[in-house]
Design a protein. Structure first.
Length: 340
């Protein structure tokens, strides 16, 4: 019977590649710190030997797993995909692995996932929004696990944040809608419970109404789960009244595309009969018909900067500095003047 082949070691890789074990280790953990030529030779040796790093041993020796966790509210649509992709790319370039969990917009589930990721050795966490129990932040403090908040910005928040001001961003959109002459406004939003971003976007519209001398009751609001079909159903409900809205502001592009689809099915022309706007500027907004007016969120910049901040923090770079990123209006075809 043939004896099993010995498991290749880091020393075997170093010997075959012609480099030191320290250089091989840098190739695996911090690939940007070595030249392309060196990395190619080391990776060729790894492939030839079939070497697989012993991450458990490495983690015990370094008291670190080189793993960073991210908990996002949903994986069912593309709202978070672009930012998370950039986050992962930056982590990967510095030798970190990403673990992702989805909380389904449930605070209790997110709390369980935070504790589970920390128990599994996550060195740091990316979180979405500020709204969670104070005990969670106390737990992270006690475990000495740094966290950065994204998709929101508040200079006095409980954790440093690299994101944007949801309230100000939606207020700009509402002001643009009002500038087009609309006064009968409605909003299709995610549920406000456990979602401070949705609340802030609603409040941004209300601030714009107040500045225009309008009562908050002028805004009709429907809360619904994020989805194309749920957006369509909410839009249909809004249009049943005697004085339906002339403009519908949606909490994200997915809901807005659902509203666009249902408007077409109902024989309504957008924007001649009703205007519809979104928030996020995911790719869906550009291929929708008509092209969707929306708020452009710097998803990739946010993901890259969040990753870089956590990497610096783990490398001894001091506390994470929050940073406000800025959104822009993307004025396309779905917003027009108020119907005559």
């Amino acid at each position: 019977m043939t004896a099993p082949r010995p498991t290749p070691t880091l020393h075997d890789v170093a010997k075959l590649s012609g480099y030191s074990t320290a250089t091989v280790s840098r190739c695996l953990n911090f690939p940007k710190q070595v030249s392309e030529k060196t990395r190619a030779k080391v990776m060729a040796a790894i492939a030839e030997l079939g070497y697989s790093p012993n991450f458990g041993a490495r983690a015990m020796a370094a008291q670190r797993t080189n793993t960073i966790g991210a908990i996002i509210p949903t994986m069912e649509n593309a709202i978070f995909a672009r930012g998370l992709q950039a986050f992962q790319e930056e982590l990967n370039a510095h030798g970190y692995t990403l673990l992702v969990a989805s909380s389904s917009y449930r605070g209790d589930l997110e709390e369980s996932q935070i504790r589970s990721l920390v128990a599994r050795g996550a060195d740091a966490l990316l979180l979405v929004g500020h709204q969670r129990a104070p005990e969670i932040y106390q737990f992270l403090e006690a475990q000495q696990v740094p966290a950065v908040v994204t998709w929101a910005y508040a200079p006095d928040g409980p954790r440093p944040c690299i994101g944007f001001d949801n309230r100000a961003s939606m207020r700009k959109m509402a002001e643009e809608v009002l500038r087009h002459g609309h006064r009968r406004l409605a909003m299709i939003s995610a549920a406000f419970a456990s979602n401070d971003r949705a609340v802030a976007r609603r409040d941004g519209i209300l601030q714009a109404l107040e500045a225009a001398g309008m009562a908050p009751e002028a805004l009709q609001v429907i809360e619904t789960p994020y989805g194309i079909e749920t957006g369509a159903e909410a839009f249909a409900d809004l249009m049943q009244g005697e004085a339906p809205p002339t403009a519908v502001l949606c909490g994200n592009d997915v809901l807005a595309v659902g509203a666009l689809n249902r408007a077409r099915e109902m024989g309504l022309s957008v924007p001649r009969d009703v205007s519809i706007v979104g928030f996020d500027d995911i790719e869906l907004a550009q291929v929708a018909y008509p092209a969707l007016t929306t708020v452009h969120v710097p998803h990739r910049e946010m993901g890259q900067k969040a990753a870089a901040a956590l990497i610096r923090r783990l490398g001894g770079g001091g506390e994470i500095a929050g940073e406000e990123l800025f959104t822009e209006l993307r004025l396309r075809d779905s917003l027009g003047p108020v119907p005559v």
